[in-house]
Design a protein. Structure first.
Length: 184
């Protein structure tokens, strides 16, 4: 499989919108994020990929390629089991957060002190390096990579970098995601 990168952006650039990065030490006096978490790596979480979740997710998305919901079709094309659609990352992220909750560990959002009253989704970039199959056990890790401000501190951003890794096939997906608080 050829590596592929997809970018989704929900944040719109406004004329005069400067990308001003500030270090962790340059705290935003209006800010909510806990910038002391910069560089923190959340403990890896193992997630078993369930066939039923792939089938349900494919159905919800209206996916028509049978490799995502028909085991015989997937095997006929040489795959060991059902193939997870590219956006299945969101399902794995949620499963990892559920497991962290069971362990009494914080999610990445809790760790950086996300306040959902002010939260907006920034942009996200996914690098697909390999396929994910039903039955795989995936290790999910997230790093708090950066914090920065825009609009003179009226918007504060956090950048997370996550990897989905298979013990034998290595990194399968690398995701970079930005969340932001709109403070004004």
């Amino acid at each position: 499989m050829r590596p592929e990168t997809r970018r989704r952006s929900a944040a719109r650039r406004v004329e005069g919108d400067e990308d001003v990065s500030e270090t962790t030490t340059a705290a935003n006096p209006k800010g909510i994020f806990d910038r002391s978490t910069k560089g923190r790596v959340l403990e890896p979480v193992a997630v078993r990929i369930e066939r039923g979740r792939i089938q349900f997710f494919a159905q919800v998305l209206g996916v028509t390629d049978p490799i995502h919901f028909d085991l015989e079709a997937a095997r006929a094309q040489g795959y060991p089991d059902l193939v997870a659609p590219p956006s299945f990352f969101a399902v794995i992220d949620q499963a990892a957060n559920e497991e962290r909750g069971r362990r009494g560990q914080p999610s990445s959002a809790t760790l950086v002190n996300v306040d959902y009253r002010y939260l907006l989704h920034g942009d996200e970039t996914y690098e697909y390096l390999g396929l994910i199959f039903a039955g795989d056990e995936i290790s999910f890790t997230t790093t708090v990579a950066d914090f920065f401000d825009k609009k003179g501190g009226e918007m504060e951003f956090v950048t997370f970098v996550s990897e989905l890794r298979h013990a034998e096939r290595g990194v399968l997906v690398r995701a970079t995601r930005n969340l932001l608080h709109r403070l004004a």
